[in-house]
Design a protein. Structure first.
Length: 415
Protein backbone atom coordinates (compact mmCIF):
# COMPACT_ATOMS: atom_id res chain seq x y z
CA UNK A 1 0.00 0.00 0.00
CA UNK A 2 1.41 3.38 -0.96
CA UNK A 3 1.59 6.27 1.45
CA UNK A 4 -1.67 7.68 2.75
CA UNK A 5 -1.26 11.30 3.74
CA UNK A 6 -2.94 12.79 6.77
CA UNK A 7 -4.47 15.43 4.49
CA UNK A 8 -6.16 12.53 2.63
CA UNK A 9 -7.09 10.57 5.74
CA UNK A 10 -9.00 13.49 7.24
CA UNK A 11 -12.18 13.45 5.22
CA UNK A 12 -12.00 9.73 4.38
CA UNK A 13 -15.29 7.83 4.76
CA UNK A 14 -15.94 5.46 7.67
CA UNK A 15 -18.04 2.49 6.60
CA UNK A 16 -19.88 0.10 8.91
CA UNK A 17 -19.81 -3.73 8.66
CA UNK A 18 -22.58 -3.69 6.05
CA UNK A 19 -21.04 -0.86 4.07
CA UNK A 20 -23.26 1.79 5.63
CA UNK A 21 -21.73 5.22 5.88
CA UNK A 22 -21.02 6.25 9.46
CA UNK A 23 -19.16 9.50 8.99
CA UNK A 24 -15.83 10.96 7.92
CA UNK A 25 -12.50 10.91 9.71
CA UNK A 26 -11.74 14.23 11.40
CA UNK A 27 -8.59 13.32 13.31
CA UNK A 28 -6.14 10.48 13.91
CA UNK A 29 -4.35 9.76 17.19
CA UNK A 30 -1.19 7.89 18.14
CA UNK A 31 -0.79 6.47 21.65
CA UNK A 32 3.02 6.31 22.03
CA UNK A 33 2.84 4.22 25.20
CA UNK A 34 0.91 1.55 23.32
CA UNK A 35 2.85 1.77 20.06
CA UNK A 36 5.21 4.51 18.84
CA UNK A 37 3.86 4.62 15.28
CA UNK A 38 0.48 2.93 14.97
CA UNK A 39 -2.69 5.00 14.57
CA UNK A 40 -4.56 4.08 17.74
CA UNK A 41 -7.82 6.01 17.21
CA UNK A 42 -9.76 7.44 14.28
CA UNK A 43 -12.00 10.29 15.41
CA UNK A 44 -15.23 11.36 13.74
CA UNK A 45 -18.28 13.43 14.59
CA UNK A 46 -19.74 16.90 14.23
CA UNK A 47 -19.19 20.11 16.16
CA UNK A 48 -17.77 19.49 19.60
CA UNK A 49 -18.94 15.86 19.65
CA UNK A 50 -16.27 13.33 18.77
CA UNK A 51 -16.45 9.55 18.63
CA UNK A 52 -13.50 7.18 18.48
CA UNK A 53 -12.87 4.05 16.46
CA UNK A 54 -10.07 1.83 17.79
CA UNK A 55 -7.39 0.47 15.48
CA UNK A 56 -8.51 -3.12 16.13
CA UNK A 57 -12.01 -2.31 14.86
CA UNK A 58 -10.67 -1.62 11.36
CA UNK A 59 -11.21 -4.40 8.80
CA UNK A 60 -9.59 -2.73 5.81
CA UNK A 61 -8.36 0.63 4.53
CA UNK A 62 -8.56 1.60 0.87
CA UNK A 63 -9.17 4.59 -1.36
CA UNK A 64 -12.91 3.95 -0.92
CA UNK A 65 -12.70 4.46 2.82
CA UNK A 66 -12.13 2.70 6.13
CA UNK A 67 -14.29 -0.40 6.58
CA UNK A 68 -15.01 -1.41 10.15
CA UNK A 69 -15.63 -4.83 11.68
CA UNK A 70 -18.24 -3.50 14.12
CA UNK A 71 -20.12 -0.32 14.88
CA UNK A 72 -19.46 -0.02 18.61
CA UNK A 73 -18.25 3.55 19.04
CA UNK A 74 -17.36 5.44 22.19
CA UNK A 75 -17.30 9.19 22.81
CA UNK A 76 -13.84 10.73 22.75
CA UNK A 77 -13.19 13.34 25.42
CA UNK A 78 -9.47 13.88 24.89
CA UNK A 79 -6.51 12.07 26.38
CA UNK A 80 -3.12 13.50 27.33
CA UNK A 81 -1.54 10.18 26.35
CA UNK A 82 -2.65 10.58 22.74
CA UNK A 83 -0.81 12.59 20.10
CA UNK A 84 -3.45 14.06 17.80
CA UNK A 85 -1.77 14.31 14.43
CA UNK A 86 -3.69 17.31 13.09
CA UNK A 87 -4.02 19.24 16.34
CA UNK A 88 -0.68 18.45 17.97
CA UNK A 89 1.65 17.91 15.03
CA UNK A 90 0.66 19.91 11.96
CA UNK A 91 2.35 23.32 11.91
CA UNK A 92 4.52 22.33 14.86
CA UNK A 93 8.26 22.97 14.86
CA UNK A 94 10.47 19.93 14.79
CA UNK A 95 14.21 19.54 14.61
CA UNK A 96 15.65 18.11 11.42
CA UNK A 97 18.87 16.66 12.82
CA UNK A 98 20.17 15.78 9.37
CA UNK A 99 19.55 19.27 8.00
CA UNK A 100 20.57 20.79 11.36
CA UNK A 101 17.65 23.17 11.39
CA UNK A 102 14.14 23.75 12.68
CA UNK A 103 11.36 22.96 10.22
CA UNK A 104 7.57 23.09 10.23
CA UNK A 105 5.36 20.04 9.71
CA UNK A 106 3.01 20.42 6.72
CA UNK A 107 1.67 16.87 6.46
CA UNK A 108 2.16 13.35 7.81
CA UNK A 109 2.75 10.25 5.70
CA UNK A 110 1.12 7.01 6.88
CA UNK A 111 1.84 3.51 5.61
CA UNK A 112 0.12 0.17 6.10
CA UNK A 113 1.74 -2.10 8.69
CA UNK A 114 3.76 -5.03 7.41
CA UNK A 115 1.28 -7.55 8.82
CA UNK A 116 -1.74 -6.28 6.91
CA UNK A 117 -3.66 -3.36 5.44
CA UNK A 118 -5.89 -2.91 8.47
CA UNK A 119 -3.33 -0.82 10.38
CA UNK A 120 -1.78 2.54 9.56
CA UNK A 121 1.59 3.48 11.00
CA UNK A 122 3.16 6.93 10.96
CA UNK A 123 5.96 6.75 8.40
CA UNK A 124 7.25 10.29 7.87
CA UNK A 125 6.50 13.98 8.26
CA UNK A 126 6.38 16.21 5.22
CA UNK A 127 8.33 19.46 5.39
CA UNK A 128 8.82 20.49 1.76
CA UNK A 129 6.93 21.89 -1.22
CA UNK A 130 5.00 18.69 -1.89
CA UNK A 131 3.53 18.57 1.59
CA UNK A 132 2.85 22.31 1.60
CA UNK A 133 0.95 21.95 -1.69
CA UNK A 134 -1.15 19.08 -0.31
CA UNK A 135 -1.95 21.14 2.75
CA UNK A 136 -3.01 24.20 0.75
CA UNK A 137 -5.21 22.24 -1.65
CA UNK A 138 -6.76 19.89 0.95
CA UNK A 139 -10.53 19.85 0.39
CA UNK A 140 -10.19 22.20 -2.59
CA UNK A 141 -8.99 19.77 -5.26
CA UNK A 142 -9.72 16.04 -5.61
CA UNK A 143 -7.06 13.82 -4.03
CA UNK A 144 -6.27 12.15 -7.38
CA UNK A 145 -5.57 15.52 -8.99
CA UNK A 146 -3.43 16.60 -6.03
CA UNK A 147 -1.40 13.40 -6.41
CA UNK A 148 -0.75 14.05 -10.10
CA UNK A 149 0.29 17.67 -9.63
CA UNK A 150 2.52 17.00 -6.61
CA UNK A 151 4.70 14.63 -8.63
CA UNK A 152 6.16 17.68 -10.36
CA UNK A 153 7.29 19.13 -7.02
CA UNK A 154 10.41 18.05 -5.11
CA UNK A 155 9.57 15.85 -2.09
CA UNK A 156 11.10 16.52 1.30
CA UNK A 157 10.31 14.54 4.40
CA UNK A 158 11.83 13.26 7.63
CA UNK A 159 11.43 9.63 8.77
CA UNK A 160 9.27 9.45 11.87
CA UNK A 161 11.96 7.71 13.91
CA UNK A 162 14.34 10.61 13.19
CA UNK A 163 11.96 13.32 14.41
CA UNK A 164 12.38 15.23 17.63
CA UNK A 165 9.25 17.15 18.51
CA UNK A 166 9.92 20.37 20.40
CA UNK A 167 6.95 20.77 22.74
CA UNK A 168 6.50 23.81 25.00
CA UNK A 169 4.12 21.84 27.28
CA UNK A 170 6.27 19.83 29.74
CA UNK A 171 3.47 17.39 30.61
CA UNK A 172 2.89 16.39 27.00
CA UNK A 173 6.58 16.20 26.27
CA UNK A 174 7.22 13.82 29.16
CA UNK A 175 4.14 11.70 28.65
CA UNK A 176 4.94 11.19 24.99
CA UNK A 177 8.38 9.93 25.98
CA UNK A 178 9.96 11.87 23.11
CA UNK A 179 13.72 11.31 23.11
CA UNK A 180 16.34 13.99 22.50
CA UNK A 181 19.21 11.53 22.08
CA UNK A 182 19.82 12.51 18.46
CA UNK A 183 19.92 16.15 19.42
CA UNK A 184 22.45 15.48 22.13
CA UNK A 185 24.79 13.81 19.65
CA UNK A 186 24.95 16.95 17.51
CA UNK A 187 27.83 19.39 17.67
CA UNK A 188 27.02 22.14 20.22
CA UNK A 189 27.45 24.85 17.57
CA UNK A 190 24.87 23.17 15.31
CA UNK A 191 22.50 22.67 18.22
CA UNK A 192 22.95 26.33 19.16
CA UNK A 193 21.87 27.34 15.64
CA UNK A 194 18.73 25.25 16.08
CA UNK A 195 17.96 26.74 19.49
CA UNK A 196 18.23 30.26 18.10
CA UNK A 197 15.56 29.44 15.49
CA UNK A 198 13.06 28.29 18.13
CA UNK A 199 10.55 30.42 19.98
CA UNK A 200 11.09 31.27 23.64
CA UNK A 201 8.81 28.52 24.96
CA UNK A 202 10.36 25.86 22.73
CA UNK A 203 13.87 26.91 23.82
CA UNK A 204 12.88 26.51 27.45
CA UNK A 205 11.31 23.11 26.74
CA UNK A 206 14.46 21.92 25.01
CA UNK A 207 16.81 23.12 27.75
CA UNK A 208 14.64 21.50 30.41
CA UNK A 209 15.23 18.07 28.85
CA UNK A 210 18.80 18.21 27.50
CA UNK A 211 21.59 16.58 29.45
CA UNK A 212 23.22 19.23 31.64
CA UNK A 213 26.64 18.90 30.00
CA UNK A 214 25.14 19.13 26.51
CA UNK A 215 23.02 22.10 27.59
CA UNK A 216 26.13 23.81 28.98
CA UNK A 217 28.18 23.26 25.81
CA UNK A 218 25.27 24.53 23.70
CA UNK A 219 24.67 27.59 25.86
CA UNK A 220 28.30 28.62 25.39
CA UNK A 221 27.69 28.78 21.61
CA UNK A 222 24.48 30.82 21.71
CA UNK A 223 24.28 34.57 21.08
CA UNK A 224 24.31 36.67 24.29
CA UNK A 225 20.75 38.01 23.94
CA UNK A 226 19.29 34.53 23.40
CA UNK A 227 21.47 33.14 26.18
CA UNK A 228 20.05 35.69 28.62
CA UNK A 229 16.50 34.86 27.52
CA UNK A 230 17.04 31.15 28.13
CA UNK A 231 18.50 31.63 31.60
CA UNK A 232 15.68 34.01 32.49
CA UNK A 233 13.07 31.41 31.46
CA UNK A 234 14.59 28.52 33.45
CA UNK A 235 14.05 28.09 37.17
CA UNK A 236 17.10 29.01 39.24
CA UNK A 237 17.99 25.43 40.18
CA UNK A 238 17.99 24.17 36.59
CA UNK A 239 19.98 27.20 35.41
CA UNK A 240 22.50 26.63 38.21
CA UNK A 241 22.94 22.96 37.25
CA UNK A 242 23.73 23.95 33.66
CA UNK A 243 26.08 26.81 34.57
CA UNK A 244 28.07 24.51 36.89
CA UNK A 245 29.04 22.47 33.82
CA UNK A 246 30.30 25.55 31.98
CA UNK A 247 33.67 27.21 32.11
CA UNK A 248 33.38 29.80 34.93
CA UNK A 249 34.21 32.63 32.53
CA UNK A 250 31.45 31.53 30.14
CA UNK A 251 29.04 31.16 33.07
CA UNK A 252 29.90 34.65 34.33
CA UNK A 253 29.35 36.10 30.86
CA UNK A 254 25.99 34.36 30.64
CA UNK A 255 24.92 35.77 34.01
CA UNK A 256 26.24 39.28 33.43
CA UNK A 257 23.17 40.57 31.56
CA UNK A 258 20.60 39.15 33.96
CA UNK A 259 18.91 41.30 36.55
CA UNK A 260 20.80 41.33 39.84
CA UNK A 261 18.11 39.44 41.75
CA UNK A 262 17.89 36.64 39.15
CA UNK A 263 21.67 36.43 39.02
CA UNK A 264 21.91 36.16 42.81
CA UNK A 265 19.29 33.38 42.96
CA UNK A 266 21.11 31.29 40.37
CA UNK A 267 24.53 31.72 41.99
CA UNK A 268 23.07 30.77 45.39
CA UNK A 269 21.81 27.50 43.88
CA UNK A 270 25.24 26.62 42.45
CA UNK A 271 27.78 24.41 44.25
CA UNK A 272 30.18 26.34 46.47
CA UNK A 273 33.34 26.13 44.34
CA UNK A 274 31.86 27.11 40.92
CA UNK A 275 29.72 29.76 42.63
CA UNK A 276 32.84 31.33 44.16
CA UNK A 277 34.68 31.29 40.82
CA UNK A 278 31.77 32.84 38.97
CA UNK A 279 31.18 35.48 41.65
CA UNK A 280 34.82 36.51 41.50
CA UNK A 281 34.74 36.88 37.72
CA UNK A 282 31.53 38.90 37.87
CA UNK A 283 33.42 41.45 39.98
CA UNK A 284 35.68 42.42 37.07
CA UNK A 285 34.66 44.87 34.32
CA UNK A 286 33.56 43.07 31.16
CA UNK A 287 36.16 44.78 28.99
CA UNK A 288 39.10 44.05 31.28
CA UNK A 289 41.50 41.10 31.26
CA UNK A 290 39.91 39.93 34.51
CA UNK A 291 36.47 39.98 32.92
CA UNK A 292 37.71 38.05 29.86
CA UNK A 293 39.75 35.39 31.64
CA UNK A 294 38.83 31.87 32.70
CA UNK A 295 39.66 30.73 36.21
CA UNK A 296 40.27 27.19 34.98
CA UNK A 297 43.84 26.49 34.00
CA UNK A 298 46.58 24.00 34.82
CA UNK A 299 49.45 25.20 36.98
CA UNK A 300 52.19 23.18 38.65
CA UNK A 301 55.24 24.00 40.74
CA UNK A 302 58.19 25.32 38.77
CA UNK A 303 60.55 22.43 39.61
CA UNK A 304 58.13 19.70 38.42
CA UNK A 305 58.89 17.22 35.65
CA UNK A 306 56.83 16.11 32.63
CA UNK A 307 55.53 12.92 34.28
CA UNK A 308 54.00 14.91 37.15
CA UNK A 309 52.28 17.27 34.76
CA UNK A 310 50.84 14.40 32.71
CA UNK A 311 49.45 12.72 35.83
CA UNK A 312 47.88 15.99 36.89
CA UNK A 313 46.27 16.50 33.49
CA UNK A 314 44.84 12.98 33.52
CA UNK A 315 43.16 13.75 36.82
CA UNK A 316 41.23 16.68 35.31
CA UNK A 317 40.11 15.69 31.81
CA UNK A 318 37.62 18.56 31.64
CA UNK A 319 40.56 20.95 31.22
CA UNK A 320 41.98 19.17 28.20
CA UNK A 321 39.53 20.62 25.68
CA UNK A 322 40.70 24.20 26.31
CA UNK A 323 44.29 24.27 27.62
CA UNK A 324 47.29 24.86 25.36
CA UNK A 325 49.92 25.59 28.01
CA UNK A 326 51.02 24.33 31.41
CA UNK A 327 51.95 27.18 33.73
CA UNK A 328 54.79 26.99 36.24
CA UNK A 329 54.42 28.84 39.54
CA UNK A 330 56.59 29.32 42.61
CA UNK A 331 55.61 28.54 46.18
CA UNK A 332 53.57 31.76 46.45
CA UNK A 333 51.63 31.08 43.25
CA UNK A 334 53.55 33.65 41.24
CA UNK A 335 53.85 32.87 37.54
CA UNK A 336 57.38 31.98 36.51
CA UNK A 337 57.07 30.27 33.13
CA UNK A 338 54.74 28.75 30.52
CA UNK A 339 55.35 25.43 28.75
CA UNK A 340 53.36 24.56 25.60
CA UNK A 341 51.38 21.34 25.79
CA UNK A 342 52.77 20.10 22.47
CA UNK A 343 56.34 20.08 23.81
CA UNK A 344 55.26 18.30 26.97
CA UNK A 345 53.52 15.46 25.11
CA UNK A 346 56.68 14.47 23.19
CA UNK A 347 59.15 14.87 26.08
CA UNK A 348 60.47 12.17 28.41
CA UNK A 349 58.70 11.71 31.73
CA UNK A 350 61.73 12.84 33.76
CA UNK A 351 62.33 15.97 31.70
CA UNK A 352 62.11 19.18 33.81
CA UNK A 353 59.21 21.33 32.65
CA UNK A 354 61.27 24.50 32.92
CA UNK A 355 63.51 23.31 30.06
CA UNK A 356 60.42 23.15 27.81
CA UNK A 357 59.12 26.61 28.72
CA UNK A 358 59.24 29.70 26.54
CA UNK A 359 62.27 31.92 27.08
CA UNK A 360 59.95 34.75 28.05
CA UNK A 361 56.40 34.42 29.35
CA UNK A 362 53.97 36.96 27.96
CA UNK A 363 51.39 37.93 30.58
CA UNK A 364 48.85 40.63 31.29
CA UNK A 365 47.54 42.40 34.39
CA UNK A 366 44.02 41.91 35.74
CA UNK A 367 43.02 45.51 35.00
CA UNK A 368 44.40 45.60 31.44
CA UNK A 369 41.72 46.60 28.95
CA UNK A 370 40.48 44.51 26.07
CA UNK A 371 42.50 46.46 23.51
CA UNK A 372 45.74 45.55 25.30
CA UNK A 373 44.72 41.88 25.37
CA UNK A 374 43.91 41.78 21.65
CA UNK A 375 47.19 43.55 20.83
CA UNK A 376 49.22 40.95 22.75
CA UNK A 377 47.47 38.05 21.01
CA UNK A 378 48.12 39.63 17.65
CA UNK A 379 51.75 40.59 18.32
CA UNK A 380 52.90 37.25 19.75
CA UNK A 381 50.48 34.91 17.90
CA UNK A 382 49.28 33.54 21.21
CA UNK A 383 46.92 30.67 21.89
CA UNK A 384 46.60 31.59 25.55
CA UNK A 385 47.55 34.53 27.75
CA UNK A 386 48.04 34.24 31.53
CA UNK A 387 46.52 36.95 33.73
CA UNK A 388 48.33 37.96 36.93
CA UNK A 389 47.57 40.19 39.90
CA UNK A 390 49.76 43.07 41.07
CA UNK A 391 52.05 40.62 42.91
CA UNK A 392 52.51 38.41 39.85
CA UNK A 393 50.24 35.59 41.12
CA UNK A 394 48.46 33.64 38.39
CA UNK A 395 44.72 34.41 38.51
CA UNK A 396 43.40 33.17 35.20
CA UNK A 397 43.97 32.58 31.51
CA UNK A 398 42.54 34.15 28.36
CA UNK A 399 42.41 31.86 25.32
CA UNK A 400 42.30 32.72 21.63
CA UNK A 401 38.68 31.49 21.63
CA UNK A 402 37.84 34.09 24.27
CA UNK A 403 39.31 36.87 22.13
CA UNK A 404 37.49 35.68 19.02
CA UNK A 405 34.22 35.56 20.95
CA UNK A 406 34.79 39.13 22.13
CA UNK A 407 35.55 40.39 18.63
CA UNK A 408 32.79 38.53 16.77
CA UNK A 409 30.00 41.03 17.59
CA UNK A 410 32.20 43.88 16.35
CA UNK A 411 32.98 42.01 13.13
CA UNK A 412 29.27 41.37 12.56
CA UNK A 413 28.46 45.03 13.09
CA UNK A 414 31.21 45.99 10.64
CA UNK A 415 29.74 43.69 8.00
Amino acid sequence: MRLVYLTELTGMRLLGPQGTRIGRVREAAVAPREHPRRISRFLFGHGKTNFAVRWDQVRSISANGIELSDDNFTPYYGDDYHLLLTKDLLDQQIVDVNGRKVVRVNDVGLRAAVNGGEQLWVHEVGIGLQSAFRRLTEGVLPNKLIRRIQEKLPPNSIPWEACNIVEPDPRRRLRLLISHDRLERMHPADLADIVEELGAEEREALFETLDEEVAADTLEEIRPAVKTSILHSLDAERAADILEEMDPAEAADALADLEEESRREIVQDMEREPAAEVSELLGYPDDSAGGMMSARFFAIREDAVVGEAVRGLRADEALLKRITNVFLVDGAGRLSASAPLGRILVAEADCPLRTLAFRETVKVALDADRGDVVELFDKYNLYSLPVVDEDGRLEGVITADDVIAELSPEVERGL
